[in-house]
Design a protein around this ligand. Structure first.
Ligand code: FMN
Length: 413
């Protein structure tokens, strides 16, 4: 692990981390981590869709005993922010996924490790669990393993057995990338993986058959192995761990996932890296949450850059959110400290949003906290129906009376 340096005081938000990462990364790595598919319209729309939503705060609400804890798949999390699976993190920083694991555990954030991690999955689990058991740390978030279905069943079985043995607590099957997106930016940069960086958890031969970055012409071979609902059912029956599907945008797919015995869905478009011009996740989330949110975990990612975005996702029915690029940017310029700082910023901004919207805990967040021209001014009937249709209480029950007051001072750590 490299020597840890403090975060410079001018870095006060996630956009600042992005700018610092641009300085730290070469053009090759920047094209991979920052780029999206084609014209990058979905990449940008993910961010602007959250920004376009307006909050409708309530004042003078009782905030005593507040906290930011949520419930997810039977666990209490310190806060609703998880780290999304991002491949090849040793290309961003030599400490790669190990630094990310330490920071996530220290900040009580759940972590989803990519199939295409550049660090052995056992080492990441070991680092995460060791840090999570530190009594000075936060209560640990969940540690999940993201699976790209491999062409050979035995390769999947081996990965599942290793993930189960290493202590991963759920399998996240990514379903929105049966082929690689058309990544113009990567092609222009002539992107290639630097020597020594590869998907070390896959056999050397297989790591080339799993949509390698930079290779957009994969349609022939890979489509034979594109996962189907039959594979989802196989996976649910095969692993003893809960299975989540990542990359759901349509409520009918979410319903089908429920029928297949899946424990949760992640509303995601892969950070706009696969199908450009598909809808931003902030627009897809409400229908998915309404379809299945009362029966299974619903998470969302894509473009979340502020604590207010986390708040908005919960107001639309998500039980938790994930971030991808922002923490890799923190990693790129400041290693584990950078990742921890990104999580801390989001947590603190989320706490502030809670308090300023009049919510003591995430369980108090309602759809009515989002301004809607159609429903404004809200009648008491509208408010009543908002309260009735909210699925938050089942997912975000306040369990712990410890109040962690939002602190402006924390934002400048
Ligand atoms: C550089 C990069 C690599 C990624 N690698 C994976 C991956 O290996 N598996 C996966 O399921 N999703 C992958 N994703 C998608 C993320 O898990 C997540 O859905 C996305 O980054 C969330 O959007 P955000 O980056 O705007 O927060 C990757 C995203 C980026 C930016």
């Amino acid at each position: 692990m490299q020597t840890l340096q403090p975060i410079p005081p001018h870095i006060v938000n996630l956009a600042d981390h992005e700018a610092a990462a641009r300085e730290a990364l070469d053009d090759n790595a920047w094209a991979y981590f920052a780029g999206g598919a084609a014209d990058e319209l979905t990449l940008r729309a993910n961010v602007s869709a959250w920004q376009g939503l307006q909050l409708l705060p309530r004042v003078l609400q009782p905030l005593q005993g507040g906290h930011s804890q949520v419930q997810l798949l039977g666990r209490t999390l310190a806060h609703p922010v998880l780290l999304a699976p991002v491949a090849y993190q040793r290309m961003a920083h030599p400490d790669g996924e190990l630094a990310t694991a330490l920071a996530a555990a220290a900040q009580g954030a759940g972590l989803v490790l990519s199939t295409q991690a550049s660090t052995p999955l056992e080492d990441v689990a070991h680092a995460y669990h060791r840090m999570a058991s530190d009594p000075a740390g936060d209560s640990p978030g969940p540690l999940w393993f993201q699976l790209y279905l491999q062409p050979r069943r035995d390769a999947n079985l081996q990965l599942l057995a290793r993930a189960e043995a290493a202590g991963y607590q759920a399998i996240v099957l990514t379903v929105d990338a049966p082929v690689h997106g058309a990544r113009d930016r990567e092609r222009r940069a002539g992107f290639s993986l630097p020597p020594g960086i590869r998907a070390v958890n896959l056999p050397a031969t297989d790591s080339c058959s799993t949509t390698p970055p930079g290779d957009a012409s994969t349609i022939g071979g890979l489509l034979q192995h594109a996962p189907t609902w039959a594979d989802v059912r196989w996976l649910v029956q095969t692993t003893r761990l809960p299975v989540l599907l990542k990359g759901i945008l349509h409520p009918d797919d979410a319903r089908q996932a429920l029928d297949a015995g899946v424990a949760g869905v992640i509303v995601s478009n892969h950070a706009g890296r696969t199908l450009d011009t598909c809808l931003p996740t902030a627009h897809a989330l409400p229908a998915v949450a309404q379809a299945v949110g009362a029966h299974m975990a619903v998470l969302a990612d894509g473009g979340i850059r502020r604590g207010t975005d986390v708040f908005k996702a919960l107001a639309m029915g998500a039980h938790a959110v994930l971030v991808g690029k922002p923490y890799v940017y923190g990693l790129a310029h400041a290693g584990a400290v950078g990742v921890a700082h990104v999580i801390r910023l989001l947590r603190d901004e989320f706490d502030i949003a809670l308090a300023l919207c009049g919510c003591a805990t995430p369980a108090d967040i309602r759809p009515a906290h989002l301004f809607s021209e159609k429903q404004y001014p809200p009648t008491s009937n509208a408010i009543h129906s908002h309260l009735k249709c909210s699925n938050q209480p089942s997912a975000c029950t306040p369990l712990n009376p410890h109040h962690r007051a939002p602190s402006a001072a924390l934002l400048s750590q």
